[in-house]
Design a protein around this ligand. Structure first.
Ligand SMILES: [Cu+2]
Length: 475
């Protein structure tokens, strides 16, 4: 394949198919949501792509691609797979690269604490294999990656996330996933946990107690944050040479820092201006979202909690930091957090990270780490009371108009009773700094160079918006 023929993954994360390739049109955001795979017949390809950086630079990369009806659709990260607990997935994996250096191979693996849960055969260019992702995986967040010559393949693009959603209890009113009603008592993203379990208590309290007014957590309210970095030197080298893993780790000097394959404006912005919502059908054995179709931003009303599944596939260390709210850490590397204190008051088995729900606004992500945190979407504590009163009075309801513009509120700082607040019809983004819109906050990494691109372009790195768009009923 000639270089110019590679499928391009744009800075916005969407795969643009090569001209003249004879392949289907680009999957667009609204069309590809919640594509339903076939759990017994799922095809995943490994291929070469060009990945557009935030500054327009095209970087040679590797990617997993879903293949449906013979059409390859690469995404970077690879497709986020949502599997219903108890449903095994049969995967046909094909390395569709060509003209690769002798000795290069790629594969697919999911690693647990005690070694591989799934591991494919290593595939040279043109080879194919089959394997099964077992149906007995505990509910939670998993990383899949190229295990051959680690960590080169993973960092150069061959990575993705598998989410196992708990099967709702048979015979319960919610055997099918609810999206508008509370789950059964005790229901969590990890299934039904024992009485008194701190994660069960947290999810029981959401929307039910004075501390968490609003709504309970809904399965659709979750985001995936895959952190990574790009060193264009090694990407270019990989286009023609077999990379030495030791050289790669010693000399890796990232210039781009990504969340879900995007940076800066493209990672931060909520493109749909809609409430955070995973558009998949959890009742299916397998659904997937291409990374370009997946929003990273936290968007919702006060009282609409969101689960964040953090996965770090890169080589750097990151410290994601949320403004406005702290988060409850509910799972670390697949381990649902519990109160593991022995009768002497020490951590069971000396495990210091499993001592209840740490309340964090910053958490550390080492390469390979997985952390699930619950962002409660509580009223940000630093909002002046008068602003809250104006919100309560209804002066806060950004709505898209039929003509595609958005209403913004005029905010006069000298106004004490809110009478000056009026809606405006303006295009997006707002033209004047006095317009009062959503309450917007960032998530950014406290690892400072991660906030840049290409050696200093700030803030074009690893950053995401957090948008409060109003108050849920009862707040
Ligand atoms: Cu900050």
């Amino acid at each position: 394949m000639k270089r110019r023929d590679f499928i391009k993954i744009t800075a916005g994360g969407v795969a643009a198919l090569a001209l003249g390739s004879g392949l289907a049109p680009v999957f667009r955001r609204s069309e590809a949501y919640g594509a339903v795979g076939d759990a017994t017949n799922f095809f995943l390809d490994i291929m070469e792509v060009e990945h557009e950086m935030v500054d327009g630079k095209l970087v040679y990369s590797w990617a997993y691609a879903v293949k449906e009806s013979g059409v390859q659709v690469p995404s970077l990260p690879g497709p986020t797979l949502f599997v219903r607990q108890g449903s095994p997935v049969n995967v046909t994996l094909t390395n569709t690269m060509s003209d690769r250096p002798t000795g290069e191979a790629h594969g697919f693996a999911i690693f647990g604490k005690n070694g591989p849960i799934v591991q494919s055969a290593p595939l040279a260019a043109g080879q194919s294999t089959q394997f099964t992702i077992p149906g007995n995986l505990a509910p939670g967040t998993y990383m899949y990656e190229d295990w051959v010559n680690p960590p080169v393949g993973r960092v150069l693009g061959l990575h993705g996330v598998l989410v196992v959603m708990p099967a709702a209890p048979a015979g319960s009113p919610y055997e099918l996933y609810p999206d508008t009603a509370p789950p059964v008592p005790g229901w969590t993203p990890y299934g039904i946990l024992p009485n008194g379990h701190p994660v069960r208590e947290l999810f029981n309290d959401l929307g039910q107690t004075a501390h968490f007014p609003g709504e309970p957590w809904l399965p659709s309210r979750q985001v995936i944050w895959v952190f990574s970095e790009v060193d264009p030197f090694f990407n270019e080298l990989a286009s023609t040479e077999l990379i030495d893993a030791g050289d790669f780790q010693r000399n890796f000097l990232p210039q781009y820092f990504t969340v879900n394959g995007r940076s800066g404006y493209f990672s931060a912005e909520d493109h749909t201006h809609d409430t955070t919502h995973v558009h998949v059908d959890f009742n299916q054995p397998l659904s997937y979202i291409l990374s370009g179709e997946m929003e990273s931003a936290l968007v919702g009303k006060v009282g609409q909690p969101i689960l964040i599944r953090n996965v770090h596939v890169g080589l750097d260390t990151h410290s994601p930091h949320t403004h406005a709210n702290h988060c409850y850490c509910v799972a670390v590397d697949g381990e649902v957090q519990d109160l593991n204190i022995d009768s002497n008051g020490f951590p069971v088995n000396g495990n210091p990270r499993n001592l209840g729900l740490w309340w964090w606004d910053t958490w550390t992500m080492l390469p390979g780490d997985r952390k699930d945190v619950l962002y409660p979407m509580m009223m940000p504590p630093d909002i002046p009371l008068e602003t809250i009163e104006r919100i309560r009075a209804g002066a806060w309801h950004p709505q898209l108009n039929p003509n595609g513009t958005q209403e913004y509120m005029v905010f006069d700082p000298n106004d004490t009773d809110g009478s000056s607040i009026e809606p405006l019809n303006v295009g997006h983004p707002p033209a004047a700094p006095t317009e009062f819109t959503h309450l917007a906050y960032p998530m950014h990494s406290h690892q400072e160079i991660s906030q840049t691109a290409a050696g200093g372009n700030y803030p074009m790195g690893l950053i995401i918006h957090i948008m409060f768009t109003g108050l849920a009923p009862g707040v």
